[in-house]
Design a protein around this ligand. Structure first.
Ligand code: GRG
Length: 294
């Protein structure tokens, strides 16, 4: 495990993909010299200020393992990040998590206002689909982000908070597999599509990998909410506890949560090592995901 005060480093390939995605995202966002300029400025504020870019990196690293060109991965990489950014803006709203800080800056509704933040989320979601030309990618992203994926996970979370009925690990996993896992899995699937990989064995292998790395990501998120600090996280630490959310750390305790994270990480790494693919970049990304400090 890395020093908790320093974030683990990405490989040069992943670092350069981070620069690449920034340029792509800029390209797909409206300029602020056009009207409605406040909306466009807020969209750029949300998307272009920080973030680890884990979902686009998963697109690039998966596509790279399957021999795709970076150009063929640019559109899906931008699309998954735009969906992710929209979900963060809506998640931070007073009606959902009511948070003030995101990526070390005031949340969109604080920096602008609530109505603008709602519009920003709506507009980013549409921009995501405008990035895509491939019908199969559009289908994968809609399935993963809408009412059968991320939004369904958020719905389960809301219902569980209202009824306080989320009490077992299976139900918690199911909620996170949708709320967080579906978009991470879609990023991997879109990397496959960008590489024109239709081999069912490889697709199934990477799907299983996505399931485990998605849960490892979420458990680390819960651990950081418990053990992290607001100034390092760039978002409010301890918010899940304050909202009495059922998390891995609350359900299992910190030690068992860390064991679960390790288990899912090992499963993900084993799947990669038996895949027969050149997965160095994906492995590096996995290690970053579970060791990250923000
Ligand atoms: C329409 C109200 C409405 C909601 C849309 C809000 C929502 C659906 C879904 C919530 C999905 C969500 C925000 C899940 C949390 C996932 C998560 C752990 C986000 C943090 O991701 P990081 O760590 O963030 O990758 P950065 O800032 O690095 O990109």
């Amino acid at each position: 495990m890395n020093n908790p005060n320093s974030s683990p480093t990405l490989t040069n390939f992943l670092q350069s993909c981070k620069h690449r995605i920034f340029a792509q995202l800029k390209h797909y966002l409206p300029e602020t010299n056009l009207y409605p300029s406040k909306l466009y400025e807020a969209m750029r504020y949300v998307v272009l200020n920080g973030g680890k870019r884990i979902r686009p990196l998963l697109v690039y690293a998966t596509g790279q393992a399957l021999g795709a060109s970076l150009e063929s991965l640019d559109r899906p990489a931008a699309a998954v990040e735009l969906i992710h950014c929209y979900s963060l803006v809506h998640d931070d709203l007073p009606a959902i998590d009511d948070d003030n800080l995101r990526r070390n800056l005031p949340t969109c509704h604080k920096a602008y206002d609530e109505a603008t933040a709602i519009l920003v989320g709506d507009a980013l979601q549409c921009q995501a689909f405008l990035c895509l030309e491939d019908l199969e990618m559009i289908h994968v992203l809609a399935q993963a982000s809408g009412c059968y994926g991320m939004v369904a996970g958020q719905g389960l979370d809301l219902e569980a908070s209202e009824k306080a009925n989320l009490t077992d690990l299976k139900a918690l996993e199911q909620m996170h597999a949708l709320k967080t896992g579906a978009l991470l899995q879609a990023s991997i699937e879109m990397g496959c599509l960008g590489a024109h990989c239709h081999d069912p064995r490889i697709k199934m292998t990477l799907k299983k990998f996505g399931y485990h790395i998605g849960l490892a990501f979420q458990i680390q998120d819960d651990i950081l909410d418990t053990e992290g600090h607001t100034d390092v996280l760039g978002k409010t630490a301890g918010l899940d506890t304050r909202h009495k959310k059922v998390t891995y750390t609350r359900l299992l305790g910190i030690t068992k949560a860390k064991e679960q994270r390790e288990q899912h990480y090992q499963n993900a790494m084993n799947i990669l090592s038996h895949s027969g693919l050149p997965t160095h970049e994906l492995e590096s990304l996995c290690t970053y995901i579970i060791n990250r400090n923000c």
